[in-house]
Structure formats: structure tokens, C-alpha cells
Design a protein around this ligand. Structure first.
Ligand code: HEM
Length: 235
């Protein structure tokens, strides 16, 4: 029965071929768990988007109601604890995964020619991930969130020349208040993830140009120019 449905679908949409193209691919040097770190980061990013949108149905971004609205989600909404927990631990996991991914590409020299742009875009992504963690931590507007935002914006204020401008831009004035929370909210839910999606697309495009680099030392030299000049299939 299942195979009949599968065949029926495949006669209309070439799902099997699409899956093969997407999933079956020879990786130079063979498969390795180390290659999964970037994809794992991407998966957690997608999870954060889904669970984040879910939370938006309940979260109230005001200083009076932020904390209570999250408590309501956690305690009274069916599976709210799960959605909130996934988002909370997903945020922690993302920082760890990004760090591991960065260490792995550094150790195997993926920052070197011709992958400099992939690396630089990655550095930008690292800042975005830190920005997402920082702005997200403030959103419950409890003691921890409030002081995280207070201390973070004060540190931003110590940057030479632009510090005080940055601090008042983030806080919307000299003091912490509703407008600070509103700014953190819009940064966390729209601006930073929106930019991150575009930058991740650029990161993956740059990555696909050269493919993975690994412990096989000559592979990098062999594939890099050839891929660009179209002499070989994309790795
Ligand atoms: C949101 C954060 C990030 C996501 C979703 C992401 C995603 C990915 C993916 C899916 C790959 C291909 C698979 C792999 O090699 O693991 C990759 C490759 C790469 N990433 Fe990232 N990445 C992120 C952050 C970073 C950071 C912070 C750096 C370094 C500063 C970085 C540098 C690289 C480099 C150099 C490659 C190419 C590796 C190679 O050619 O073997 N990425 N990234």
C-alpha cells in the first residue's frame, strides 16, 4: 500500500530523484561527523525560527506582561513547556554548535584561500548568533533579563567613539524601559533573524563553490580551481 502511494507520487513529482540529488553525494575524503556541525547549527537555527514563531502567539512584549505571558505559556498552554524549553535549550545549543563548527573549520584550515569569504561570512554569522542570544535573554524582562540587557548595553557604551550612541540606540535613551524591551524584541524576532537568513544563504552558496575541506591535504588544492573553472562536478 505504502509503496503504491510512493510510486503514484513519484510518477507525478520526482521526489525520489530530488531526495537522491539532495542527500546522496560523494564527499571527498569520506563522510565524517565533523562535517555535520554546520548542518546541525542550521537545523537548530530552523528550530529556533519555528519555536520562536510559536511563542509569538503568546508572548506580550511589554515590561508589565512579558514575564507573566511566558509563565502562562509554560504552565497553561498545552506543550508550551516543550516549545519554550526547545527554544531556550536551542539557543544554548546554537552557541555551542557554532563554536564547535568554527573550531572544526579552523583546525582544517578552511579559512585559507580560496575559502576566505566563507570564513568572513561565518564571522558575521557568529556576531549575529551572539546578538540573538543577547537580545533573547532580555525578553522575559525578569531580573536576569533586565540585568543582562543593562550590563550588555553598558558594555556597548564603553566602545570608543560610537559607544554612547550605540548604548542610547539600544536602550532608546539613557534609561532602561519599555522602549528598550521593544527594541530588543524587534531585533530578536525580525531584524537579526532576517539578516541571518540572507547571510546563511550567502554562506552556503560560498561553501558550495568549493566543497568541504578535510584532513586529506591535497584535496583542497585539487578541487578549488577546478570547480570554479567547471572542470569538475561540484563536490
Ligand atoms: C549560524 C551560523 C552558521 C551556520 C548555520 C553555518 C552553516 C554551515 C554549513 C551548513 C556548512 C557546510 C557543512 C560544514 O562544513 O559543516 C558550513 C561551512 C563553513 N562554515 Fe559555517 N555556519 C555558521 C557559522 C560559521 C562560523 C561562525 C564560521 C567561522 C567563523 C563558519 C565558517 C565556515 C567555513 C569556513 C565553512 C567551509 C568549510 C569547508 O569548506 O569545509 N561558519 N557552514
Amino acid at each position: 500500500m505504502t509503496s503504491k502511494i510512493w510510486r503514484w507520487i513519484n510518477e507525478r513529482i520526482p521526489l525520489k530523484i530530488m531526495l537522491q540529488v539532495g542527500l546522496d553525494e560523494k564527499i571527498p575524503g569520506g563522510a565524517s561527523f565533523f562535517y555535520t556541525l554546520g548542518s546541525a547549527t542550521l537545523f537548530v537555527f530552523a528550530l529556533q525560527v519555528v519555536t520562536g514563531i510559536w511563542q509569538l502567539f503568546y508572548y506580550v512584549p511589554t515590561v508589565d506582561h512579558a514575564y507573566n505571558s511566558l509563565n502562562y505559556l509554560r504552565i497553561f498552554v498545552p506543550y508550551g513547556w516543550l516549545i519554550h524549553g526547545l527554544h531556550y535549550w536551542g539557543a544554548n545549543a546554537m552557541v555551542v554548535l557554532v563554536a564547535l563548527h568554527m573550531i572544526r573549520v579552523f583546525v582544517w584550515g578552511a579559512y585559507k584561500k580560496p575559502r576566505e569569504i566563507t570564513w568572513l561570512i561565518g564571522v558575521f554569522l557568529l556576531f549575529l548568533v551572539i546578538g540573538m542570544s543577547f537580545t533573547g535573554a532580555a525578553l522575559p524582562w525578569d531580573e536576569r533579563g533586565y540585568w543582562a540587557a543593562e550590563v550588555g548595553t553598558s558594555i556597548a557604551g564603553t566602545i570608543p567613539l560610537i559607544g554612547s550612541f550605540l548604548e542610547s540606540l539600544l536602550r532608546s535613551g539613557n534609561f532602561m524601559g519599555q522602549l528598550t524591551l521593544s527594541r530588543f524584541f524587534i531585533l530578536h524576532t525580525a531584524i537579526i533573524p532576517g539578516i541571518a537568513m540572507i547571510i546563511i544563504a550567502a554562506h552556503l552558496t560560498a561553501f558550495r563553490n568549493f566543497g568541504s575541506v578535510g584532513p586529506w591535504s591535497n584535496e583542497k588544492r585539487k578541487t578549488s580551481g577546478a570547480v570554479l573553472s567547471g572542470q569538475t562536478k561540484l563536490p
